[in-house]
Write a protein that binds this ligand. Structure first.
Ligand SMILES: Cc1cc2nc3c(=O)[nH]c(=O)nc-3n(C[C@H](O)[C@H](O)[C@H](O)COP(=O)(O)OP(=O)(O)OC[C@H]3O[C@@H](n4cnc5c(N)ncnc54)[C@H](O)[C@@H]3O)c2cc1C
Length: 386
């Protein structure tokens, strides 16, 4: 067991940190305020730096590294702006990985080079109006008709919705109930019968494209099937990687709020001295750093153990649950440390507080993570329907 980063990993982190200071920090507040997504020029720079293919194979323009390197990068960017980290999340631990892990050679050749070059972003459509935590209740139906699947149904809260050029959509491929009938289809924006609902307006996540995906007799070429019927377990195994990305967004927010607080307590003076000299403030900082470091270690453990493969459900759920909880607590403490300025839009803390509430829900609520944890711990599956 080694808790040191390699020289290459340190260089990657430093390079991203420099990039963030120049290209992200000056604009993060403005993107939130104006509710706009990361500009295309930034995405192109990510591509030039190889950040959109950290975990994807070299033959498709990627770097062939592991989820751990992607997590290092996502944390550095999310410290300042989870919005800006999102394209890297989608490419390295999100739906593009589903194509990498389960796609046909043709699918990989068609989509992955366009992901790594920044030409397209791929998003995931799982949740439905009546199927959130109970995901296996999903009803979006794909029926084979000659060389096409005819898709009908509606997806909710799709991050990237409307903006992304392609979607990995969880569909029901037969009448088989529950997980059995579920598989995954790649559906491209612009396919006739595929439209978008209105843009969501969230408490945080401002600037994030998010909306319903609506399919009405949408004809999708049958070669776009990426996960066969009965492959729900594969989709979930890949989702364990995405869950670590979610956890890292929470970690980034907490670590970013801690960094802001460390600066602030040494600058802000009350009663004639910097507020870091008050024990009550020191205790808050100590609690914040303990939480951040514990979350980081849990995420690192899950990612390192997964290497090029999949993290265990236990490790990824513990990491997501813990990081989601502490992001709320740490950003709240940062707000207290900043006093009235923490509540003001002049400082990034209020944005971090808002953003910290979304990640614990995205990718499965913290209650559902606790169910996963208890199931893995006890070696039993608890049917929530009985
Ligand atoms: C910011 C954001 C981004 C998202 N991005 C995406 C995306 O890109 N793609 C996508 O498909 N979805 C996305 N989602 C949807 C997300 O995955 C769901 O919101 C989440 O899984 C919860 O589903 P729900 O909202 O329907 O809540 P529900 O499932 O209705 O849950 C409501 C409450 O009931 C609790 N609950 C439900 N069942 C149980 C149970 N068995 N035991 C205990 N408690 C239970 C939940 O924990 C929660 O507290 C996103 C959501 C958010 C907020």
């Amino acid at each position: 067991m080694d808790f040191q980063l390699t020289d290459e990993q340190k260089m990657l982190k430093d390079m991203v940190r420099d990039f963030v200071e120049k290209e992200i920090r000056p604009y993060a507040g403005e993107w939130d305020e104006k509710e706009v997504f990361v500009p295309d020029e930034i995405i192109q720079k990510y591509a030039d730096l190889g950040l959109l293919g950290i975990t994807l194979p070299e033959e498709y323009g990627g770097q062939g590294l592991t989820a751990f390197e992607a997590i290092l990068v996502i944390e550095e960017i999310a410290k300042v702006s989870p919005l800006a980290a999102f394209p890297i999340f989608e490419a390295n631990v999100g739906p593009a990985r589903v194509i990498h892990l389960f796609g046909t050679e043709e699918q990989k050749k068609k989509y992955l080079p366009r992901v790594t070059s920044g030409e397209i972003m791929i998003s995931v459509g799982m949740t439905e109006p009546e199927a959130g935590s109970a995901l296996t209740d999903l009803r979006t139906r794909a029926v084979l008709d000659g060389d096409y699947y005819v898709v009908n149904g509606q997806k909710r809260f799709c991050s990237g919705g409307g903006h992304s050029q392609a979607y990995v959509v969880y569909v029901r491929l037969s009448e088989a109930k529950g997980a059995k009938g579920i598989g995954g289809l790649i559906i491209e924006k612009g396919t006739p019968g595929f439209t978008f609902g209105k843009q969501e307006r969230f408490m945080g996540f401002r600037g994030f494209p998010s909306c319903d995906l609506i399919f009405e007799d949408c004809r999708v070429p049958k070669e776009n099937l990426v996960v066969q019927e009965g492959g729900f377990k594969d989709l979930m195994r890949a989702f364990d990687i995405e869950r670590l990305g979610n956890a890292t967004m929470s970690l980034g927010l907490a670590a970013g709020a801690l960094e802001e607080s460390i600066k602030y307590v040494q600058e802000r003076k009350q009663f004639g001295k910097p507020i870091c000299e008050f024990q009550a403030v020191q205790f808050m900082l100590a609690d914040m750093v303990m939480k951040v470091e514990a979350a980081r270690l849990l995420i690192y453990r899950a990612a390192v153990n997964a290497s090029q493969g999949y993290p265990s459900v236990l490790h990824s759920s513990i990491a997501k649950c813990f990081a989601g909880e502490i992001a709320k607590e740490v950003t709240d403490m940062a707000l207290m440390i900043h006093g009235g300025y923490g509540y003001s839009k002049e400082y990034p803390i209020e944005r971090m507080v808002r953003d910290s509430r979304g990640w614990p829900v995205a990718g499965g609520t913290l209650q559902i993570q606790r169910i996963n944890i208890a199931s893995a711990l006890l070696g039993r599956r608890f049917d929530q329907r009985r």
